[in-house]
Design a protein around this ligand. Sequence first.
Ligand SMILES: Nc1ncnc2c1ncn2[C@@H]1O[C@H](COP(=O)(O)OP(=O)(O)OP(=O)(O)O)[C@@H](O)[C@H]1O
Ligand SMILES: Nc1ccn([C@@H]2O[C@H](COP(=O)(O)O)[C@@H](O)[C@H]2O)c(=O)n1
Length: 228
Amino acid sequence: MNKINNIRIALDGPAAAGKSTAAKKIAEKLGFIYIDTGAMYRTLTLKAVNQQVDPKNEQALYNLLMNTVIELKPGEDGQLVFLDGREVTREIREQQVTKHVSDVALHKAVRSEMVKRQQNLLKNGGIVMDGRDIGTAVIPDAELKVFMSATAEERARRRFEEHQSQGIQSDLQQLKSEIEERDFIDSTREVSPLTKAEDAIELDTTHMTIDEVVNKVTELAAERGALR
Ligand SMILES: Nc1ncnc2c1ncn2[C@@H]1O[C@H](COP(=O)(O)OP(=O)(O)OP(=O)(O)O)[C@@H](O)[C@H]1O
Ligand SMILES: Nc1ccn([C@@H]2O[C@H](COP(=O)(O)O)[C@@H](O)[C@H]2O)c(=O)n1
């Protein structure tokens, strides 16, 4: 039997829905490449914060991006992120980046350059890409599109547990407000807002375990020709 394993899986959804956790495991199971596009917006945001570039200044952000090398490389425990050659995998998850990333990501010039870079990573198929606009803008003809959701309460609870396990102090209500604020900016921006692609399969993960999510998406991928 021919092994067909080059399908493209687009995983979109709101903040902390479990996209990157699931995407990483799905990619492992299928032997695919995994790309977390949020990391690219976060990396630009980190550089903007460090250089005191205003997140509202589209031209300045675009100029900054055009002089920025963002690299995503597979690591032992998922994707490693490099900014101009320096590893920033953990730094891009810090609060000061999370706070500004949605403002940076709403600009048209920034998005079109990011989408171009993301599409350049697609050449060989066999990919799981997660983000906000993968099924609508980056891979509109993806063989499988999944829109992962969960209630804001559950997403905040998951993030809270994650912080606790990492020894990071946080407040559940504040996490929920931050998640809702980011979702609001992401889903109301003019350019490729966070929305379910018409042909995406919606997966409400509120009551699902990570393994159940991974198994469900892998089943859907197998139905579309992905084989390990
Ligand atoms: N189905 C699930 N059940 C319980 N916990 C989950 C589930 N899916 C993910 N998690 C946990 O929820 C947290 C958030 O998941 P993850 O970082 O994958 O979300 P995300 O959608 O990629 O978020 P963001 O878009 O903000 O980067 C992680 O700690 C993860 O382990
Ligand atoms: N395809 C994408 C991916 C992300 N964004 C923006 O980046 C923010 C951070 O993403 P995480 O997945 O790391 O939380 C996100 O809130 C969006 O503002 C995007 O616009 N498009």
